[in-house]
Design a protein around this ligand. Sequence first.
Ligand SMILES: [Zn+2]
Length: 263
Amino acid sequence: MAATERGWYVFPLRTGSKHPALHGADHCDRSGDCRDGHRIPEQRAVSTLTERDRALWAKHGWNVAVATGPSGLVVVNLDVPKVDDKPRPDEWNLPGIHDGFDVFATVCEQAGHPVPWDTFTVRTPSGGTHLYYTVPPGIQLRNTGGGRGRGLGWKVDTRALGGHVVAAGSVVDGRPYEIEHDRQPQPLPQWLCERLIPFKSRPRRVRASTAAVGPSCRPQSTGRWNGSPPHRPDATGRCTTRPVRSDNSSPVAHCPNRTCETP
Ligand SMILES: [Zn+2]
């Protein structure tokens, strides 16, 4: 199982499907993993498969889900339009924008950063793309869908805590998920991490001069992550729309027209 060899947490999906093969809450017999109460597939995901597991998975021909949260991953899913989609939001009804690929590239360009393509990448049967990144230790990112909440935009979903993606090698409706770019997932770029971090993880009150409040996506020079605030509000508590430098090193991405406080 290639995913577990990478240290990721996995659980089985039904044959030819994206649906978990593990029992749901309605069919829980409160035994095994669920003896202390029903546990969702993410909570039952494993990073090591026993011989018995392997035999069972092979016998059923189960697909594999990577539980992104336990694996320390965030996966950016760039999707393509489907015939039964709702009309696209006006903000993305623009020339040159055809799919999640274009939206993600635009988000990166608007943030003033290159598109982080050079990471572990899986091609989905529908022609979509899964970009895998590692999440900084101590940071908890949630799932996003389209442009809602912390979402990046139309046809761009992210999967982190509470989410999973279909792993490469799985087959859904007779079509495979295939590795497109085989390298280790790269660290989620700092600006993108700060863009995705949930509002509730942000410091409630931050004075511009105060350091070390709440979680941050910011790398230290040692390559580890420190605890400085992800945002530098101005005197009114609002983030500025322009990138500013919190020290003399790299620019810090900001949340345009949005306060730093939890809404
Ligand atoms: Zn159960």
